[in-house]
Design a protein around this ligand. Structure first.
Ligand code: ZN
Length: 189
């Protein structure tokens, strides 16, 4: 059964509750849900909004990574997502979530290596996610990030996105635009 608009709004509310109190590193203090909605909006615009599984997955794309504190909590939340929004939405959210068992370096390497092998929806979601992340740092560097860390981040985002290309020109153009600004600010200033 296709997802309804009611379920999409329900996914947005669920994300808002699960990210409540959480803020972005940059621009400092911005509510986390702003990032989630930006990613969803980018995808809706680029795809004409006709894939509700993609949009529900976008709304929930960071909840499994951020909200559960234990394995048991993770399983409860995963089950809830599956019950309310269906297995394809859960699969998408799991596909784009980092494995917390890995170190930060391992996660970053894994994102680059895994990108070309991910599903179409997951690759679209990754491009939108990285676009939003670069737009955020373009508004101001996260506190405590030095020039090297910023330059590495800009390069890494592009490497992940390069593995996701060939699906949606509008989305890639939005990323490339944000990346060009990041390069001017942080890579080759
Ligand atoms: Zn995200």
């Amino acid at each position: 059964m296709p997802l309804t608009n009611v379920q999409l709004i329900e996914a947005a509310e669920m994300a808002a509750r699960l990210h409540a109190g959480q803020t972005r590193k940059a621009p400092a203090g911005e509510p986390y849900i702003n990032h989630v909605l930006e990613v969803t909006h980018l995808l809706a615009q680029a795809t004409g909004g006709d894939d509700p599984v993609l949009l529900a997955g976008a709304l929930l794309h960071d909840v499994l990574e951020d909200a559960p504190e234990t394995e048991a909590e993770y399983l409860v939340l995963a089950r809830l997502i599956e019950t309310r929004f269906g297995a394809p939405v859960l699969e998408l959210v799991e596909e784009v979530s980092d494995d917390k068992g890995r170190t930060q370096g391992e996660r970053k390497r894994h994102q680059i290596e895994a990108a070309p092998h991910m599903s179409t929806r997951a690759r679209l979601l990754k491009i939108a996610d990285k676009t939003s992340n670069l737009r955020d740092i373009n508004d101001g560097a996260p506190p405590g990030w030095d020039a090297d860390r910023l330059a590495d981040y800009v390069d890494w985002a592009k490497q992940v996105v390069d593995g996701c290309r060939g699906l949606n020109a509008a989305l890639e153009a939005a990323f490339d635009e944000a990346h060009a600004v990041s390069v001017r600010l942080y890579r080759d200033p």
